[in-house]
Design a protein around this ligand. Sequence first.
Ligand code: AMP
Length: 143
Amino acid sequence: MNVSQILKQKGNRIVSVPEDATVGEAATMLAREGIGAVLVLDRAGRVAGILSERDLVRGLASHGAGAVALGVAEVMTRNVVFCRPEDSIDRVMSEMTTRRFRHLPVTENGKLAGIVSIGDVVKYRLMETEAEAESLRQYIAAG
Ligand code: AMP
C-alpha cells in the first residue's frame, strides 16, 4: 500500500493559511477542521511552511498569551519535508518516526496533492495487517 491509495480514500484536500495569518487564526482553523497541522502558503500559493499543534504549544510557552497575536511565520517550520504518491506506507512511517513529526504533505509533479498524517498511516497499516491475517485464515481453512 502506498500514499496514493490513502489519498484516493481521504481525498486531496489541503487546509492552509496565508503567510500573514496570525497564530490565533491558525489555531481557530485547526480547531474548526479537527486537524493537527496546516500548511502556510505565500501570496503565490507556494508552501512557505507548516504549523502544527506542537508549534502552537512552543509559541505559548515562550510568548505566553501574546502568542495568539504573532504572525504564523514566527512559529512555523520553514523547511517542509514532503512525500510522494508512490512512497510506501512503511517509508512514510519511518520518515515520520525518524524526523519526529506527524504530518507529510504530498507533492506530485511539483504540485500539492494532499497531506497524510500519522493517524492516516496507522489506520491503513492496520487495514493492511488485517487483510493479510484474513487471507492467511482463509488459506488455512481451505486446508
Ligand atoms: P507534528 O508532530 O506534525 O505536530 O510536528 C512536530 C514539529 O515538526 C512541528 O514543529 C512542525 O512544524 C514540524 N513538522 C510537522 N510536519 C512537518 C513536515 N512535513 N516537514 C517539516 N516539519 C514538519
